[in-house]
Design a protein around this ligand. Structure first.
Ligand code: NDP
Length: 310
């Protein structure tokens, strides 16, 4: 019996799966840089604007993945798994770059799955908002196949400043999520402060005008903390001691304002643990030891071909 005839796939430089805010920005930057791009999105219609700018629309995932090296920019791990699972055979022998935000272990799971199907896997973590794509201001971290990174670099450099973090596919995601952890805690700290001053009539905007330059100045202290953490000696002279940094007065002030003290109480708990253990005369960086005391946990994740989200 003869094989069913397949429509020949028109080859392009990159196939972009996922045309949300970020996927569209990545595809648009490539088009602006003169690259040919095949685009696919689960919900039809989102490719229209890119197609008017020269992108080639694929009717199915299978068609998109056979047109060029594949970039997936979907919502989360489950969406990558659900989208790529059914086209694993079509992906065989090809290159896959996942820039969907995933945890380090999820990235490793995708890399392991890709290896099983002979797919060269590179993971990417985007440190930028869509408006920063196509500028040097944005950063994208990569880990996984070095060969894929080197081959794709002229394309990756269209998007942002590229940085390779090693062949363990989970490393880019780990650095990304660690950076975001710092950012969200800073945002939460600001919003907590804004809630504290609100009862006295200060608007959040007024507070932000004061907080932003103060925080910017305080970031100069990061390098000093880092030096102490890296050196491992928290008793280096000249530091503010943990006894001095005891934040229970801020916790009380928050409570006096009727504002949940959870963000600052979390920091105070890390300090208290070190003071209680007899390290009150050492510096603030000592809270690193409170954090390190937590055991690493790994949650098993399922593989792309194993069906829908749990
Ligand atoms: P959007 O919500 O704008 O778009 C999500 C995309 O994922 C859409 O194309 C959507 O398709 C698709 N999608 C969601 N679920 C599924 C599924 N189950 N199967 C197939 N497709 C699915 O998100 P963004 O574009 O902003 O973000 C994409 C990724 O980029 C995320 O992982 C995000 O964390 C990361 N990122 C985004 C940044 C940003 O500022 N936007 C910054 C850094 C990273 P449909 O149209 O059909 O719903």
């Amino acid at each position: 019996m003869s094989e069913p005839t397949r429509k020949p796939v028109q080859l392009t430089d990159v196939s972009m799966l996922g045309l949300g805010a970020m996927g569209s920005a990545l595809a648009a930057a490539l088009l602006d840089a003169g690259r040919s791009v095949t685009v696919w999105n689960r919900t039809p219609g989102r490719a229209a604007e890119l197609m008017t700018r020269g992108a080639r629309g694929a009717g199915a995932v299978g068609e998109a993945v056979t047109a060029s090296p594949v970039v997936v920019c979907l919502l989360k791990y489950d969406s990558v798994r659900d989208t790529l699972g059914p086209v694993a055979d079509e992906l065989r022998g090809r290159t896959l770059l996942n820039v969907t935000t995933t945890t380090p272990n999820e990235s490793r799971q995708l890399a392991a799955w890709a290896a099983e199907f002979g797919v060269t896997y590179l993971d990417g973590a985007i440190m930028a908002v869509p408006a920063m794509i196509g500028t040097r201001e944005g950063q994208i971290f990569y880990s996984g196949s070095r060969k894929a990174y080197d081959t794709l670099l002229p394309t990756l450099d269209v998007w942002a400043t590229s940085e390779f973090h090693g062949e363990d596919a989970g490393r880019a995601s780990l650095v990304d999520l660690a950076m975001l952890s710092g950012m969200y805690q800073m945002f939460a700290g600001f919003i907590h402060g804004a809630a504290m001053v609100a009862p006295m009539g200060m608007s959040a905007s007024d507070f932000a005008a004061r907080q932003a330059p103060f925080l910017a100045a305080m970031t100069h202290g990061l390098a000093g903390f880092a030096e102490i953490v890296d050196g491992g000696d928290y008793a280096v002279p000249g530091q503010q001691s943990l006894d001095f940094s005891d934040l229970s007065h801020i916790v009380r002030a928050s409570e006096e304002q009727g504002v949940d003290a959870a963000p600052i109480a979390g920091v105070q708990a890390l300090i208290s643990r070190q003071i209680d253990a007899g390290h009150g005369r050492e510096g603030f960086a000592r809270i690193y030891e409170s954090l390190r005391a937590a055991r690493p946990t790994t949650r098993p994740t399922t593989r792309p071909e194993e069906g829908t989200a749990a």
